[in-house]
Write a protein that binds this ligand. Sequence first.
Ligand code: XMP
Length: 319
Amino acid sequence: LWKIQTFIEETVQTIRAQVGDKRVICGLSGGVDSAVCAALLVKAIGPQVACIYVDNGMMREGETDLVRHTFRDWYKADLSVVHASEHFLAALQGVTDPQEKRKIIGRVFVEIFKNEAKAIPDAHFLAQGTLYPDVIESGGSKDGPAATIKLHHNVGGLPAELGFELVEPLRDLFKDEVRRLGIELGLPEDVVWRHPFPGPGLAVRCLGEVTAEKLATLRKADTIFLDELHKAGWYRKTSQAFAVLLPVQSVGVMGDGRTYENTVAIRCVQTDDFMTADWSHLPHDLLARVSTAIINRVKGVNRVVYDISSKPPATIEWE
Ligand code: XMP
């Protein structure tokens, strides 16, 4: 049986031995893995950790505040929050191809992160929340096509570019172990139980060209959906849930008038490993509440559809 306290004690010692009195940069993404990695480092070496969080403008509602509150206010960590949404939006202008969007977001992220890292003197290490499944996935042993269907940029890339040595304290762990570790380290439930979120964020859920206006619409719909899931006690029962803004207008009726507005798709899946997934059989009354709330409260949306595709052949994300 995996002993969490023993793991923490041993890992704290290993981290201290590895980094000595040097500083360690730790990128926070808003996700569980990087949060647990940072919390563990803060426990091990306190102010020697410099956390960097890049708000690329593609984050979910409240994500930046949650990171700031958790790490700056609660852990008293040294955290830089970089507001870079304009950079990302400018680079994405006119781009509609999903892989191209991912590449651009990855490239701009590295540029910004590099700049920020340069501003931290005597940083010798870069900490990453790489888990055991990530190690397997990026180890070249993956001859299945899944790794290349979508370009993921959260593993690799950065360390080579920056010339830092890596600190990867979660390398031997699975997701459920990371969650237990997070709770043990005092991270809020909101952080520990967060659904995974892709690196390129809402950009790949805003089909076609990404604009600030579309992102705002999508973010509102997404928040309503997640709130309803939480209220109904379904959030923890599902693996991933989100809204997608489709580049499809359709006819509707509002009062005496005809509308011609956007469509939001709702996606919710059950999965163990994200390689295959089934769509969640959410109760109809919950779906009804989500649909009514989105159409009534999100300007520019007059239709909501529920995605009933499994993976394969569909993927979880729409792009
Ligand atoms: P798909 O859409 O391939 O997604 O079925 C499987 C899981 O991977 C996440 N995903 C990404 N994560 N960068 C990431 O860090 C990406 O570009 C990316 N694309 C998909 C997706 O949210 C799901 O959890």
